[in-house]
Every structure is written in structure tokens, then in C-alpha cells.
Design a protein. Structure first.
Lengths: 392, 283
């Protein structure tokens, strides 16, 4: 028996004229979980949310909530409630009447609906603003009103479209904790659309990384971050350096690889069948990379395996660690996150020649890219980085 | 000596200020003359100087003497303006809603509506008159003249609604639907109240365009005149300051209508931003 807040998308597709916004997606979101749809703008994540809400009709496929197909149902019959980007609070109604709107539409009497709306507002500590107009509230207060207005419908699924994007940094951090706490208390399913990686992994039980209308990876936040399935996910989430190389030998579940710029490294390949000559994509976590000064000119081929050599391009102090970006000739920039005590024990400066090295067991094979054609190995454009910055 | 950064104004300021003063003089000078002369004493004439000050000529307006049928034409004009206003508001709002979606022939319908704005009014009125004659219907202010005026106010109203809808965020409708409102509930509880200031603007346009419409109304008016036509007729045979009193009264009515409309828009906007500030100042 399906639980009420369980969501299943089957072969869900949405086309606008000739563009495919959502491309044959299958996804199951368990009841009572906090799920984040994550991806750059235009990846189809908001379209999926709107199809679940009933504000968009799928071109193909099925949306099932609690085991029942809801395609063709009006939003109110789905048991979903949506919090819109920029909240869409009715500007002509007071905060109280905004929250009571659903009850009014259902024909609940004025005294009763106002009483229940006040209760709802009290839960988000906004009861004393009940008689104000939305335009008189701050962004954070408006967000709480929007949340109350959605939750008064007693939804089994709450859909949040970029709920934190209109807030400043401080409020954003505060509210995302608040959302998580609220989801736990209510025990209903939350689906949260965002383009911010850190926001997604901070709140979600389940992160769905999307690109161009497809799901790249759907897994727990930790798995997405530490064990990305593809170079796209690794680059988009940040935190990883992507390596490409051609297999020179395979022995005992470990492949030796050489990049087209000559660096040698190895990768565990236990779960995949690879043969000599295959091109593999792997990644190594930024915080598992150690730095040492390299004598000689920057960019000289490192003597040892599992290392790249280059010159320090940028140094960013992040508090608990220092982010060191290294220019490596012939490939995308390499990043090492060095713990601050280690960094300051052996400082490097911009322009210094350095060797970045890692242990072979910290290399993770990007299995999702095995069946894809190699994308210009080695000298790949760091597009993941670009997306990160664009949306940061 | 001129110091850099001193706040002396350049000569262009004075030249443009003089130009603006002339503009204001030409705009309000003639109107002020008519306004002042309408208070001419009972023995005074059509020109300055004033021979005493009185309300005599305002009184003369309301007796149907040689001055023409002022009371009748004024009532007709007001009634016609209210009818035009109502039809313009209803049709423009509905057409505005319809044009939000592309429908078959929407471009054609739009250009046809706009076309009647650029046809010379007198010709359009002539056409309406001819058509009524051809059909054997007696032209009257409430039929043929009403139709002629609507060819003018409807496209105007439609264009205003386009501007109003272009600033309307469809997320409000989706939010209403999400919260269980049906199509009619969405329209009456969300869309219309949010658009109300724009709808008042359409009403204001409908009223004022009709109230002083002349070229389109002239031919299809029938036997009983509207106010502008009556004034026009009076200028040819009335030689007393009653004419000026008439001008003052009609202008005052226009101002009252505009003031009511603008005040109500301002009140609505204020309600949306200011209401409740006295409840709690802090945050």
C-alpha cells in the first residue's frame, strides 16, 4: 500500500514547441522525505515541480502521488501545496486574509477561518502582523506568510520553488534550517527546487541532480557529494577534481591510466569492465589533495604517479581550510582544499610551482561516463566550475 | 568671477523656464478667462471688463430660454458617458483577458479594433448615420451616437488593458488555483481586485472620451444633442456670458470625475502598502 506523500514520476516528459524541457524522467520520492531538485537554470527542475503541482500538463508520462495517478487533476485535488518563487502573496489582501484564502475558497465562515489563520501565523511567530499588507513585510516575513498560506491546506506534499533565492545570505542560512526542522515536524514530503549546491546538500535527504531535462544522479546528499556518478555531477557539485586518462593496464581491480598530457595515475575499477585503451573519467576530492613545493619550472611532468604539477593560480582563505587553485598546463584547473593548519605550516604563494598529489584509494571512478563518448580528454573546459559560479 | 562648482544656473535654465511659462500661459490663459467671465454681472457682456460679480449666468443655464437646452443635453451627456463607461469597462476587461492567450484570428481582431482609432471621426460618424438611415432606424443619442462613441473608447480601453495585463504576474492566478480557487473565484477574488486601479483608469477614459466627444457624435446624434454639440450650437446663436458659465460647469464636472477616479486609485494603492502601520511600528 502506497503512503500518502509518496511520489512517483514515470517516463515524465514535457515539450514546449520543439524544446524538450523534461526528458523521459523516472523518479521515486519516498513519503516524508526532503527532496531537492538541483540543477542550473533551464535544466527542467521547475517544470517537474509544476507538473507535480498541476500547473503544467505532462506531454507524456505519469505523475503518481500516494499510488494514484494525478494527471489531469486540479492542484487542490492532489493534496499538494506550492510555495511560489517570490511567494506570489496577494497584494490586495492582508496577511491574515492571504493565509485564510484556501479556507475562504472552501466556504469556511469568516470567524472560523480567521481563527485558524491566526493559529497558523502564531506558529511562525507572525500573529502580530496579521493585519498588515504583504508589501509592508520584510522578505523573510513574506516567506513565512507564504509557508503558512500553503500549509493551512494540510498538504501531503509541499512544493517549494526556489524558496530561499529572494533572501539575503544570513536569512537564507537561517531559513533553510527552519525548513528542514519544519519538514521533520510535519512529517510530510518536501520537494525543494534550487540551483544552489550547498543549499541542496544541507537540507535534503535526497538530492536529484539534473541537466538538460534529464536526471544525472539521484541519491543521498553525501553520496552525490562524495561519490558522483559522472563528471558533470562532480564538477557541478564542486568539491572534486575530474581526471581523464587512457587505460594502460588493469590489475587486481585497479587500472593504471595516463592522461594525454602524460600524467600517470590509477583508479579502482572493481565495478566496471574496462580494457586497455579505454578512456576513463575519475575524480579525486579536493580535500584529499596534498600540496608540496615542486622544485624546477612550473608545469614540468611530475616524476611520480597520482600527482599533477603546476603553478598556484589563486589562494582563497575559507576559515577551516584554504582553497588553492593550480594552473596545470594542458588541463582544467586543479583545486586543493588544504586544512588551514597544514597550509600555514608550509605556505605557498601565488605563482609558486607546486605538486598536488593524492592517494590512489581516494580516486573515484565516474561510472556514468563509461558509456558516453570521451569528451576531449585532458584539456576539457572546466564547465562545471562555470556553472557553479554562475549560480553561486 | 564664476567659480567652478558654484550653484549659479546656466542661461539655458532661464530660457527653458521662460518657454515653460509661455506654455502654461497658453494652456491655462484662455480657460481662466472663460472661468472669470462666467461670473460676469447681469448687465455685463462677452468681454472684459467685468461689470460686477454674480452667479446670474449660471442661473440662466437652467431655465430653458434662448440659451438652448442645457439641462437636457447635460443629462443626456452624463447618461451616455455612464453607458459608454460601463460597456467599455466590461468589454475591455473581457477582451484583455481573452488576448492573454493567442486565439484564432487574434491579430486580425486586434488590428480591426485599432483601425477604428485612425479613421477620421467625422467620416466614421457619417458612416454610422448612413447605415442607420439605410436600415430605416431613427438615429438617437442612445443608439447610433452610442455606437459611434464606442468605436473610439473600446480600442482605447483595450490598449490600456494590454498595458495593465503586461504588468500582471500570472503567478497570482496559479497561487489562487493552488489554494483551491475555481476559475470564477480566481477572477473575482484575485485577478479583478489586483487589476482594479487599471480598470478604474479604463472607466475614467471611457467617461471623459464620451463626455467631450464631438466629431463622431455630430452626425449620428439624431434630434437631441449631447452637451458638446449643444455648446457648439450655442456658440452660433447665444451672445451672453451664459456660454462661459456653461464652460465652467462642464469643466468642473470633468475635474470632479477625474479627481474621484484618481483618488480611488490612490486609496487602493495606499491600502496595499500603508495599511496597518499603526499596529506595530517595529520589526
Amino acid at each position: 500500500m502506497a503512503q500518502p506523500g509518496e511520489i512517483e514520476l514515470r517516463n515524465l516528459t514535457k515539450r514546449f514547441d520543439q524544446t524538450v524541457a523534461v526528458n523521459a524522467i523516472d523518479l521515486a520520492i519516498p513519503h516524508g522525505s526532503y527532496c531537492c531538485l538541483l540543477g542550473p537554470s533551464g535544466c527542467g527542475k521547475t517544470t517537474i515541480l509544476r507538473m507535480i503541482a498541476g500547473h503544467e500538463t505532462p506531454t507524456e508520462g505519469d505523475v503518481r502521488i500516494g499510488g494514484e495517478s494525478v494527471v489531469g487533476f486540479p492542484p487542490a485535488r492532489r493534496g499538494t501545496a506550492m510555495m511560489f518563487q517570490n511567494y506570489a502573496l496577494f497584494p490586495h489582501l492582508t496577511v491574515l486574509d492571504n493565509v485564510a484564502f484556501n479556507l475562504k475558497m472552501r466556504g469556511v465562515g469568516k470567524a472560523e477561518r480567521h481563527r485558524r489563520a491566526r493559529e497558523m501565523l502564531a506558529q511562525v511567530r507572525l500573529d502580530r502582523f496579521a493585519d498588515r499588507m504583504p508589501a509592508q513585510l520584510s522578505g523573510g516575513q513574506q516567506q513565512r506568510v507564504a509557508l503558512s498560506r500553503a500549509l493551512i491546506t494540510n498538504p501531503r506534499v509541499l512544493l517549494l520553488d526556489e524558496p530561499l533565492s529572494a533572501l539575503d545570505e544570513f536569512l537564507r542560512l537561517q531559513m533553510r534550517g527552519e525548513l528542514r526542522r519544519m519538514q521533520r515536524e510535519l512529517g510530510i514530503t518536501f520537494i525543494h527546487v534550487t540551483h544552489t549546491q550547498l543549499e541542496a546538500i544541507a537540507v535534503a535527504d535526497m538530492v536529484v541532480v539534473m541537466e538538460q531535462g534529464r536526471i544525472e544522479q539521484a541519491a543521498s546528499a553525501r553520496e552525490i557529494y562524495t561519490l558522483p556518478v559522472s563528471a558533470y555531477v562532480a564538477r557541478f557539485m564542486g568539491g572534486q577534481n575530474v581526471l581523464d586518462g587512457k587505460v594502460t593496464s588493469v590489475r587486481a581491480g585497479v587500472a593504471s591510466l595516463v592522461s594525454d598530457t602524460g600524467e600517470r595515475f590509477s583508479s579502482p575499477v572493481t565495478d566496471a569492465t574496462v580494457t586497455e585503451g579505454d578512456v576513463l573519467h575519475c575524480c579525486v576530492r579536493r580535500d584529499r589533495v596534498a600540496l608540496e613545493r615542486a622544485p624546477g619550472h612550473p608545469g614540468a611532468q611530475p616524476e611520480r604517479a597520482n600527482a599533477v604539477a603546476g603553478a598556484v593560480h589563486a589562494i582563497e582563505y575559507q576559515g577551516s581550510y584554504v582553497k588553492v587553485t593550480i594552473d596545470v598546463p594542458g588541463r582544467e584547473q586543479f583545486v586543493a582544499n588544504v586544512a588551514d593548519s597544514r597550509f600555514f605550516a608550509n605556505r605557498v604563494d601565488i605563482g609558486d610551482p607546486v605538486l598536488a598529489r593524492w592517494a590512489p584509494e581516494d580516486v573515484h571512478l565516474l561510472t556514468g561516463d563509461l558509456r558516453k563518448p570521451a569528451r576531449g580528454m585532458g584539456a576539457g573546459r572546466p564547465y562545471g566550475e562555470e556553472i557553479t559560479r554562475e549560480n553561486g | 568671477m564664476r567659480q567652478p562648482g558654484s550653484n549659479r544656473r546656466p542661461w539655458t535654465f532661464y530660457a527653458l523656464a521662460a518657454f515653460f511659462a509661455l506654455y502654461v500661459l497658453f494652456l491655462y490663459g484662455p480657460m481662466s478667462a472663460i472661468f472669470i467671465l462666467s461670473f460676469q454681472g447681469p448687465t455685463g457682456g462677452l468681454t472684459f471688463p467685468m461689470v460686477g460679480v454674480s452667479l446670474h449666468w449660471f442661473g440662466a443655464l437652467f431655465g430653458q430660454q434662448r440659451t438652448g437646452d442645457f439641462a437636457g443635453s447635460f443629462t443626456r451627456s452624463l447618461a451616455l458617458a455612464v453607458i459608454v463607461l460601463s460597456i467599455t469597462v466590461v468589454v475591455s476587461v473581457m477582451a484583455g483577458l481573452a488576448f492573454r492567450r493567442r486565439f484564432l484570428g487574434s491579430t486580425l481582431v486586434f488590428y480591426m479594433a485599432i483601425f477604428s482609432l485612425i479613421i477620421p471621426g467625422l467620416l466614421l460618424g457619417l458612416g454610422v448615420g448612413l447605415m442607420f438611415q439605410f436600415l430605416g432606424i431613427k438615429p438617437a443619442w442612445y443608439s447610433s451616437a452610442l455606437g459611434a462613441q464606442l468605436t473610439w473608447t473600446l480600442p482605447f480601453g483595450l490598449l490600456i488593458m494590454f498595458a495593465v495585463f503586461s504588468r500582471f504576474n500570472p503567478a497570482y492566478e496559479e497561487a489562487a488555483r493552488d489554494l483551491g480557487a475555481g476559475p470564477w473565484q480566481t477572477l473575482s477574488n484575485v485577478v479583478l481586485p489586483i487589476l482594479l486601479p487599471g480598470i478604474i483608469a479604463v472607466a475614467l477614459f471611457g467617461f471623459t472620451l464620451s463626455y467631450d466627444e464631438f466629431p463622431r457624435t455630430l452626425i449620428p446624434i439624431g434630434s437631441r444633442n449631447t452637451l458638446p454639440l449643444e455648446i457648439w450650437a450655442m456658440t452660433t446663436n447665444v451672445t451672453s456670458p451664459a456660454l462661459y458659465a456653461l464652460g465652467t460647469v462642464t469643466t468642473a464636472v470633468s475635474f470632479v470625475v477625474i479627481a474621484v477616479a484618481l483618488t480611488s486609485i490612490a486609496v487602493i494603492q495606499r491600502r496595499r502598502t500603508r495599511r496597518g502601520t499603526q499596529v506595530d511600528g517595529g520589526d
